[in-house]
Design a protein around this ligand. Structure first.
Ligand code: 3PY
Length: 250
């Protein structure tokens, strides 16, 4: 079995990740080779990435030692199926706004008898995702995360954490928007702390999205085990802005 992210999480280690929004295997490979990155999120929700890119991106990331995790645009069964069939080591489903939605996600991501996932893993062995024993191991080894980004999900977090998912992943920007509060306000941080504590109580991995290493270090220190440190676009923008400012003095 070779799901680097699963191994890291099972060992109780912190798993730092990066966020890919550009459909480039060169960028995906470069990020996956960065020291200390254990997973790379392929963002097919808000990134410029669609289903024709999934296989090559997942392969490149896995070949460079990190776990490719695909964020699907929504919880539709067919999107979940084709994303997992591309060889991803796991999935992230946005807007998992209720326990009922989370139950549907579990059904869609698992082969029978747990769920209804259809059999078609023609490309999964290319990413080293569980090799020839893929179908037998997939139900327990792939890393399935749901995004908590709505007050209804926060209200139902206890029930959500009792479903067959691995990771409770906070989308802090959508959570602030849907709660109608300021990002970083007391209400926002209280909701984040509640999700973190409930995930831990039920033995789920608590995870969150950040924009930079400083924010990510704070979230690790707070008790999150899986943190997305930054994105391709944010890093490019920040680095270019800094270097151009150094060069021009402006
Ligand atoms: C959010 O913060 O809402 C996310 O989903 C991360 O992009």
């Amino acid at each position: 079995l070779s799901i680097p992210l699963r191994q890291k999480l099972s060992a109780g280690e912190q798993a730092a990740g990066a966020w890919l929004t550009l459909p480039s295997t060169a960028i995906a490979g470069t990020i996956a080779r960065t020291p200390n990155v254990s997973w790379v999120l392929i963002d097919a929700e808000h990134g410029l990435i669609n289903d024709t890119h999934l296989y090559d991106l997942a392969n490149t990331i896995a070949a460079n030692g990190a776990s490719p995790i695909i964020r699907v645009p929504s919880e539709e069964t067919w999107l979940i199926k084709e994303s997992l069939d591309s060889g991803a080591h796991g999935l992230m489903v946005p807007m998992a706004n209720s326990a009922e939605i989370v139950r549907g996600i579990v059904r869609a991501t698992k082969y029978p008898p747990i769920g209804i996932r259809g059999f078609g893993p023609m490309f999964t062995s290319a990413t080293g995702a569980l090799g020839g024993g893929y179908a037998l191991a997939a139900n327990s080894e792939l890393v399935i995360s749901v995004q908590i980004e709505h007050p209804q999900a926060v209200a139902e977090i206890d029930e959500i954490c009792q479903e067959g998912i691995d990771v409770v992943f906070i989308g802090p920007f959508d959570l602030a928007l849907s709660m109608g509060v300021q990002f970083g306000s007391e209400e926002h941080e209280t909701a984040i702390a509640k999700i973190l504590a409930t995930a831990k109580k039920h033995g789920k991995i608590a995870a969150i999205f950040c924009l930079n290493g400083e924010q990510a270090a704070r979230r690790f220190a707070q008790g999150f085990q899986m943190v997305s440190v930054t994105t391709d676009i944010d890093t490019i923008t920040t680095a270019f802005t800094h270097e151009l400012s150094m060069a021009t003095g402006k």
